[in-house]
Write a protein that binds this ligand. Structure first.
Ligand code: SF4
Length: 541
């Protein structure tokens, strides 16, 4: 097989580190060929490979590479996507398989792309009487490579459902800059909307009475602020009330499977919120009560297991962050591919900087938002292709984008990528999103592999807000490490999200982009070094 220069150059070195028990952190940009590379070296050290991605959308590129090798593969998707009786966005825990008439598995061999194959077996499963989900689980045994999403590695109950010995596998984890946010997998949310949707399905008057009371209390107690506020006093339910809700929930689960019409059971959200509380704090966040663990350290402890792990990303956190914040204790080697081969292996960008604007808290005025809007408009007129504008928060994005009247797409809570595709077909568009949001992490605007984004605007620096959640997280980490690491908790997520945003415009070695750093705080050596913008051109309105 023909390998690129860097792949041949690093293959033996990475294999050797894996054989010697190191966790390998591989920093390589998008489009550099790291998927194929990681699979090849993994098969050098173990007979089987577990390839772990963030979302199902990332299955296809791995499938494309595995087809080039003489290896068998399979994939696991959650019940909510594999069950033929599900419609809409269902929580897998709402599905009561023990009452299903096709609760058994068939022997299957995955011989197509994941999307085509699941479509086929969902139809086939209903006709022939087998469950696609449990059949996929059964296919792991005969597969050389198994594709899964993060929850199947990091949530213990789902990992156990795979019924594998992790030590038999080399494990590749893609987009590993997201690992510090694994605690979001355990997030539980409760708000008025969820309670109303739960009530819509319920007929039992006792249950409705409990939900009515809860709805009123939640309305009175939560705040709409776009930051986490610790709640010591939040609405609670008694054991008796929880038991009544549980009985109703079980009836709904049973009925849904019998009817073969499974949709989200919102009563389940309420119950899961209250049953998760023994482990987590409760916050108010944007009109909801939210509970989740403060850190991802417990889930990440699987990385200390005795097998080969490769963490990959174009924007990995530094080793200090991985050890102290994420709690990875084992021996680790950090390989930055471009540094190793001393050359660029992907496209390039030119940096511009404006030092008369800032999103700094004390200088947030209407005049400042107008200045930002003028810069963005000017860049829009200069840009050759689409423009990605990234903001530190929804509030700042709204203030600025409301002043802009050219073709634009502004991210919302429920934005989906297809909507952006549609909008951008109409012509040059400003795509506006928040840092660490769906767009900066997931938008893939390419044609024949090349980016359709020519300009990336950083409208302010996306430092995370120092709210109750961040303070408690820092405090918990201080108790474990004995160090105050709040600066690391602020600076590392900020520069990873800036680099991620820039990466949206560089999808192939041929891509060239303009990066507009619109904040005077970018004008320092730390930012210039991290972004490799050593000599940015100063711009003015
Ligand atoms: S088909 Fe039946 S057994 Fe399979 S996931 Fe759906 S409900 Fe469960």
């Amino acid at each position: 097989m023909d390998l690129r220069y860097w792949q041949s150059f690093l293959k033996d070195k990475v294999t050797e580190y894996l054989k010697n028990g190191f966790l390998v952190s591989l920093q390589a940009p998008t489009g550099s060929g790291k998927t194929l590379f990681s699979i090849l070296v993994s098969f050098q050290v173990k007979p089987k490979v577990l390839y772990v991605v963030r979302t199902h959308n990332e299955f296809y590129p791995v499938y494309r590479e595995i087809r080039k090798l003489n290896k068998t593969y399979s994939f696991i998707i959650g019940k909510s996507s594999a069950c033929p009786f599900v419609s809409g966005d269902v929580d897998p825990e709402d599905i009561k398989c023990s009452s299903c008439e096709i609760y058994n598995s068939a022997k299957i061999t995955v011989d197509e792309s994941p999307f085509a194959f699941i479509k086929k077996i969902k139809k086939d499963g209903v006709e022939k009487g087998y469950c696609p989900y449990y059949s996929l689980l059964g296919s792991i045994e005969d597969s050389d490579l198994v594709l899964i999403t993060y929850p199947y590695l990091f949530l213990p109950y789902l990992r156990e459902s795979l019924d594998i010995n992790i030590e038999d596998f080399a494990v590749i984890i893609d987009e590993a800059h997201n690992l510090d946010y694994l605690n979001d997998l355990q997030e539980r949310k409760l708000n008025q909307n969820i309670i109303q949707l739960a009530k819509n399905k319920v007929k039992n008057s006792e249950v409705i009475k409990i939900l009515d009371k809860l709805e009123v209390e939640i309305r009175k107690s939560v705040f709409s602020d776009d930051k986490y506020i610790l709640m010591d006093n939040y609405p609670k339910l008694t054991e008796d009330e929880l038991d009544i809700l549980k009985d109703e929930y079980e009836l709904e689960r049973e009925e849904a499977v019998k009817q073969k019409k499974i949709s989200r059971i919102y009563l389940g959200n309420i119950l899961k919120f209250y049953t998760s509380l023994s482990e987590a704090k409760v916050f108010s966040y944007k009109g909801s009560l939210v509970s989740k663990p403060l850190t991802s350290r417990d889930m990440l402890s699987i990385l200390n297991a005795n097998t080969s792990f490769i963490l990959m990303s174009g924007t990995l956190p530094p080793i200090e962050y991985m050890k102290k914040i994420m709690g990875i204790e084992r021996r680790m080697i950090y390989i930055d591919v471009e540094k190793e081969v001393k050359s660029k292996i992907t496209g390039n960008y030119t940096c511009m900087i404006a030092t008369d604007v800032t999103s700094s808290y004390s200088l947030r005025t209407t005049e400042m938002w107008k200045k930002y809007a003028s810069y963005i408009l000017k860049i829009y007129h200069l840009a050759e292709k689409h423009i990605l504008a990234v903001f530190p928060s929804y509030m700042i994005m709204e203030k600025i984008m409301n002043l802009i009247e050219v073709r634009k797409f502004v991210e919302k809570d429920k934005t989906n990528i297809e909507e952006i595709m549609e909008k951008t077909k109409q012509g040059k568009t400003i795509i506006a999103g928040v840092a660490r949001g769906k767009l900066t992490e997931g938008v893939e605007l390419t044609m024949e592999g090349k980016s359709l984004i020519s300009d990336v605007i950083l409208a302010g620096i996306p430092y995370p807000s120092v709210d109750d959640f961040l303070k408690l997280k820092a405090e918990q980490i201080r108790k474990i490490t004995g160090e105050n690491l709040i600066d690391l908790l602020i600076s590392v997520p900020a520069y990873i999200s800036v680099k991620q945003a820039i990466g949206r415009a560089i999808r192939s070695p041929e891509d060239k982009a303009n990066v507009w750093l619109l904040d005077k705080r970018f004008d320092n050596i730390m930012w210039k070094t991290k972004l490799r913008c050593y000599n940015p051109r100063k711009v003015k309105l």
